[in-house]
Design a protein around this ligand. Sequence first.
Ligand SMILES: Cc1ncc(COP(=O)(O)O)c(C=O)c1O
Length: 442
Amino acid sequence: MSVNQSLKPITIDTNSENHLCVGGCDMIELAKEYGTPLYVIDEQTLRSVCKEYKKSFEKYNNIKMMYASKALCNSAVTRIMDEEGFGFDTVSAGEIYTVYKAGVDMSKVLFNGNNKSRKELEMALDYNVGRFSVDNFYEADLLNSIANEKNKIADILLRLTPGIECHTHEYIQTGQIDSKFGFDLSQVDEIVKLIKNKYVNLRLRGVHAHIGSQIFELKSFSDEVEILIKEIARINDKFMLDLDEMNIGGGIGVKYTEADNPPNIKDLADVVAEAMHKYSVNIPTIYIEPGRSIISTSGVTLYTVGSSKTVNLDGKIKKYIAVDGGMADNPRPSMYQAEYVADVVNTAVLKERKKENVTIAGRFCESGDILIKDIELPELKAGDIICVYNTGAYNYSMASNYNRVEKSAMVLVNNSQSDIIVYRESLEDIISHDNIPSRLRK
Ligand SMILES: Cc1ncc(COP(=O)(O)O)c(C=O)c1O
C-alpha cells in the first residue's frame, strides 16, 4: 500500500500496556513529557513516502522532486527533505529563510506565489533561488527591474491557469479559469512577447501549473500534462524558443477517513508518463511539488480530553467532548469541513467502556470549532488522551494564536526516540511582539 493510502503512520502499533505507539514511542508518555496538544511527526513514514515518490518518478531522467514547504515548514523537516534529495517549493520570505538557514542548496529552491513583494523578490535574488514561478504581469515587470538593479538574470517559469476544474473543495481548487493564480492561456502570448522583447533580465525556462490539492482523479493530472505540454510546444514554435521545463504542481490526495480512496503515487507517475509520451517526443524536465501527500500521513496530534456536555435534540442525545486544542492548531475542519479520524490512545479502555457516538469539540470561542463530527469512540473521560490522524499537512502551517493560546510543540519520533523539533510557545512568546505606547504605560 502506498503511504498516501494509509490513514495512520506506518509505524503505528500497540505496546504491552495497550497504549498506541508511533515511531516506537508510547503516545501517553509523549503527552506526559511534552504536554498536549502535541504534534507528532513519524520520521519513518515521512522518509518512506519520499522514497516512494522518487522511485515512482525515476523513469524520467530529468525529474525534480520539490517539497511544497507550505504543507509544513520547519528546520528539522527541511533537513529531512534535503537529505531525501528534494528541492523546495517556497512561497514567502519565511519559507525561503527557513530552507536557507537549514543549509539547502538554493539552486534547488523555487519561489511561488501570486503577490510576491519587492522585499521578497530581492531576498530571493540575493539568495540565488533556482527558479521563480512568475504569476502575473505586475510580478514579471517588478522581478525584471529588481534583477536589472542587481545585474542578475532570473530563471523563470510561467504560472498558468490551465482551466481544469477538479473535484476538491473550492478553497483548494486552483486550476480553474476563475482563479486568483496565474496567467490564463489567452494571456500567454502577451507575456512571452514581453519577456522576449523587453524583460532582458528574465530567462524563460518553462511553464508551471497547480490544479488544486487533495485530488483523487488521475484524469485531472493527465489533462493538465496534455495542456502544458501542448502549450510548451506552441510557445516554442511560435516564438522560436526552446522551453524545456514543466512544473505540474502538487501531488496526489491522502486518506483522511475510511471513505477516502486516493490512487497511489505510482499510478500518478504512470499517468503523467503516459500523457507525456502521448503528446510529445521531447520530454521536458519535470518538476512535481507535493506537500500534503509527503507530510500528512506522518503526522498525528495528541489532545487531552476535558469537559463534556450532552444536548437533547428532540429526544436524540448528542454528546460533545471538548479537548485542549482545536481550530487554532488545526483550522481545516472549520475552514473547509475537513474530516478526521481519531482513536483513544489507551486502547485498554476499549474493553472496559461502552462505545458511544460523540462530537469532538475544540476549546476555542467559536461554535464552529469542531474537530470531528460524529465519531464512535469508547466513552471518554477527562484526562484521556486521544490522537487525531493525518495532521502533518496544513495543520501547524495554518495554526494561529486565536484566543491568545500558545502554539503547540512538535516532536519527531523514530526508533523509540523522540526529539522536540518545534518548541511550545510560552506566555512570554504570546506578548513578545506587543508594545504599550508610553502614554498608556503604568
Ligand atoms: C503551487 C502549489 N504547488 C504545490 C502545492 C502542494 O499541493 P499538495 O499539498 O496538494 O501536494 C500547492 C498547494 O496548494 C500549491 O499551491
